[in-house]
Design a binder for this molecule. Structure first.
Ligand SMILES: *[C@@H]1O[C@H](CO)[C@@H](O)[C@H](O)[C@H]1NC(C)=O
Ligand SMILES: *[C@@H]1O[C@H](CO)[C@@H](O)[C@H](O)[C@H]1NC(C)=O
Ligand SMILES: *[C@@H]1O[C@H](CO)[C@@H](O)[C@H](O)[C@H]1NC(C)=O
Ligand SMILES: *[C@@H]1O[C@H](CO)[C@@H](O)[C@H](O)[C@H]1NC(C)=O
Ligand SMILES: *[C@@H]1O[C@H](CO)[C@@H](O)[C@H](O)[C@H]1NC(C)=O
Ligand SMILES: *[C@@H]1O[C@H](CO)[C@@H](O)[C@H](O)[C@H]1NC(C)=O
Ligand SMILES: *[C@@H]1O[C@H](CO)[C@@H](O)[C@H](O)[C@H]1NC(C)=O
Ligand SMILES: *[C@@H]1O[C@H](CO)[C@@H](O)[C@H](O)[C@H]1NC(C)=O
Length: 469
């Protein structure tokens, strides 16, 4: 009897669970349909006694994407999606909204603009409870409006994911003059989102005043000269950055510390030379896996210094220097790639405008010496050679860009005469012989003098002194 009632009880519980489940699925479905229709739900939305009507100004552009997700019990995660067309969205509305909310809700905000849609956005976009922010295709106003306001540093920074892409900073001439005159900038403005795990900032151009041409701010000549600040990004694993509003690009990288970084992407960032900081491979950033410097204007292969220990169990790493402006194949730094400490690293210099002159011979010798197929005595040595070969066999396929007569030719296969290396004998016969003979005579005479001088020191001292009189 007792057993029976227990079973029926369990049955009833199952049914209730089922009903609950169905109900949940149904509400989820209606929710999906609503978000597909992009019906604005902000004003009517109430969660944990918070009415989203406070976010009223955002209502016409934004909707809540999904059911609030619960990561931990009692903690919610809400995604707000906004599409702004020929209108202005004010980030400060969102900040005001979150300043009144209890702690257990985190927000993700995704703003996409079109048709000159713009956002009033004081960098770096600080607001309580904001965990993820993405802005794309927007005109950004007020970007520097809080650059000197210390109140910003007092707002708790919980941003983990920050993305700002394909946008235009709009600064009036007045904004810009004010920014230039600033003596002091906040940490928030100078360093950005230091608690983030992933930061992506690229293809940001700048309109200043009525300058009709879009200029990249980092090429703007009259850049203000602020005090340097060392920014430490303790949690950052992925950084993709192609612009810096404050400093010339390389210095900005130099001053930052990324102890846990795995991916540094400075592709297409108009970098002219390799930042000193990144030449030390894995000195500070032990977990670095990928350094992307492709599509820049770098002209030199830097002498990279590897800090992996030999027989370390660290993962493989990659430095991408492809699509730069490297022309010299003297490649001062390349021999360092073949050191044992660099065994975990591959450097890519494909698609650069290599100049094929006599200096290329040096490169060919280098290939022979380090990358070629040699038979070696020790098997350990063979293994290392094999590893180098598998990483760098692409070097055999590099092609010339200049001179035009050799464009597209494979460098490793060029003959000495094709690269214009003249045999040594011809060089000697080409030099005029007159001066050489004179020099030979002079040096012979001097060495005889020296010999005679040492051998007959005393005698000469006497005779010389009389002669000098
Ligand atoms: C919800 O808010 C109202 C008024 O704002 C308040 O009276 C009520 O106690 C709140 N309820 C909870 C559960 O916080
Ligand atoms: C955006 O604004 C500029 C200048 O005000 C105008 O020339 C351009 O046509 C606008 N573009 C769109 C898509 O509205
Ligand atoms: C860069 O952003 C602008 C809008 O600001 C966009 O029109 C352009 O296509 C973007 N360029 C790339 C390469 O994505
Ligand atoms: C734009 O700049 C030019 C000179 O730089 C100036 O003559 C003109 O008045 C400016 N126009 C506006 C609308 O500010
Ligand atoms: C770096 O960023 C560029 C776009 O800016 C992208 O095309 C490239 O794939 C990225 N590199 C890596 C290694 O992900
Ligand atoms: C490398 O070895 C150390 C100790 O020898 C170990 O603590 C670490 O987890 C290893 N790392 C990997 C990626 O295997
Ligand atoms: C590439 O380097 C050459 C010199 O090696 C220089 O003349 C040229 O201006 C550079 N190109 C760019 C786009 O900077
Ligand atoms: C190296 O040797 C292998 C097999 O012995 C051969 O297939 C390959 O073409 C050689 N590579 C070069 C660059 O000589």
């Amino acid at each position: 009897m007792g057993l029976c009632s227990f079973q029926s009880c369990r049955f009833r519980v199952t049914v209730i669970l089922c009903i609950l489940l169905i109900h949940q699925v149904m509400t989820e479905n209606t929710n999906k349909i609503q978000s597909a229709n992009k019906s604005p739900q902000l004003s009517g939305y109430v969660l944990n006694n918070i009415s989203f009507s406070i976010l009223q100004p955002w209502q016409q552009f934004c909707y809540i994407n999904d059911l609030p997700k619960q990561d931990k019990p009692g903690e919610y995660y809400i995604e707000i999606i906004c599409n702004v067309n020929s209108n202005v969205l004010n980030f400060l509305d969102f900040r005001r909204f979150t300043s009144r909310i209890q702690e257990n809700i985190l927000f993700s905000v995704v703003i996409t603009c079109g048709h000159n849609g713009s956002v009033f956005f004081p960098y770096p976009g600080r607001a309580r409870l904001l965990q993820s922010l993405r802005i794309s295709n927007c005109v950004l106003n007020g970007f520097t409006s809080e650059a000197t306001s210390d109140v910003i540093d007092s707002i708790t920074d919980r941003i983990k994911y920050f993305t700002l892409v394909n946008s235009v900073l709009f600064m009036s001439q007045n904004d810009f003059r004010q920014f230039q005159r600033a003596k002091h900038l906040t940490k928030a403005f100078q360093c950005g989102n230091v608690n983030a795990v992933k930061i992506i900032e690229y293809n940001i151009s700048c309109w200043i005043g009525n300058v009709s041409k879009r200029v990249r701010l980092e090429t703007y000549q009259s850049r203000p000269n602020f005090q340097d600040r060392t920014c430490t990004y303790t949690y950052l694993r992925h950084l993709q950055k192609s612009f810096s509003i404050i400093q010339p690009f390389t210095r900005q990288i130099d001053k930052s510390i990324y102890p846990n970084i795995e991916m540094l992407n400075f592709s297409a960032a108009s970098i002219i030379e390799t930042p000193k900081h990144v030449q030390e491979w894995r000195l500070e950033s032990k977990g670095l896996k990928y350094l992307d410097l492709s599509h820049n204007l770098i002209e030199d292969v830097f002498p990279i210094i590897c800090h992996d220990r030999i027989n370390d169990n660290t993962t493989k790493g990659f430095v991408d220097l492809s699509y730069n402006n490297i022309s010299s194949l003297r490649l001062y730094g390349v021999t360092k790639w073949f050191r044992e400490t660099c065994d975990k690293l591959t450097v890519d210099i494909r698609n650069n405008p290599f100049l094929c002159d006599c200096g290329v011979k040096h490169f060919q010798d280098l290939l022979q010496k380090y990358v070629g197929n040699h038979t070696a005595s020790s098997s350990w040595y063979m293994l290392r050679r094999k590893r180098i070969f598998s990483r760098y066999k692409y070097l055999y396929d590099l092609t010339c860009y200049n001179p035009p007569s050799l464009r597209g030719r494979i460098i490793s296969k060029l003959s000495l005469s094709e690269i214009g290396c003249k045999p040594k004998l011809r060089i000697v016969t080409n030099v005029p012989t007159g001066p050489i003979i004179v020099v030979m005579f002079v040096s012979f005479f001097l060495s005889v003098c020296l010999f005679v001088g040492i051998r007959y020191r005393e005698q000469i001292a006497v005779s010389c002194s009389t002669w000098l009189k």
